[in-house]
Structure formats: C-alpha cells, structure tokens
Design a protein around this ligand. Structure first.
Ligand code: SF4
Length: 75
C-alpha cells in the first residue's frame, strides 16, 4: 500500500521540478509536455501549478531533457 500524507490522508502528490541552474532552455520539455512545462516571459522554464500531473507526459520530458534536469518530487 502506498504511504499516506499525514496532512491529507491521501497518497503523497508527485510533482515535477526543473533544476533551473542546469536548464539550457532548449524547449524540449515545453514541446513534449506543454500542459506542464511553460517558458515564461523571463525566459525560464516553469512548471504549471496543477492539482495532478500527467505521468507519461512528464516522464517523456524527463527522458528527453538533454541536461537531465527534470525530476519528480513527492509533496
Ligand atoms: S528539456 Fe531540460 S534543458 Fe530543455 S528546457 Fe526543458 S528542463 Fe530545460
């Protein structure tokens, strides 16, 4: 059984993180998963604030990121 978050009693939420120090803003993640990864007006990649993140889409971005700077974190 998956561990539960003590705050909500629900399984911990996974969310993607971009390590901005490594990101070269190549745009691959934005291309493969535009619902999650957005290039902001300052020229950085941001992760959209969603209640739930589409695993296969984010995994595709993780797999294709040339700098390996996208990873999952648990809340
Ligand atoms: S694929 Fe990786 S390096 Fe390219 S913009 Fe996204 S996070 Fe940055």
């Amino acid at each position: 059984m998956a561990p539960c978050s003590s705050r909500t009693g629900l399984p911990p939420r996974r969310y993607p993180v971009v390590e901005l120090a490594e990101c070269i803003v190549c745009g691959v993640c934005v291309e493969v998963c535009p619902a999650v990864f957005v290039e902001n007006t300052a020229g950085y990649v941001e992760v959209a604030d969603l209640d739930d993140y589409p695993g296969p889409c984010v995994d595709e971005a993780v797999k294709n990121c040339p700098k390996d700077c996208i990873f999952w974190e648990n809340e």
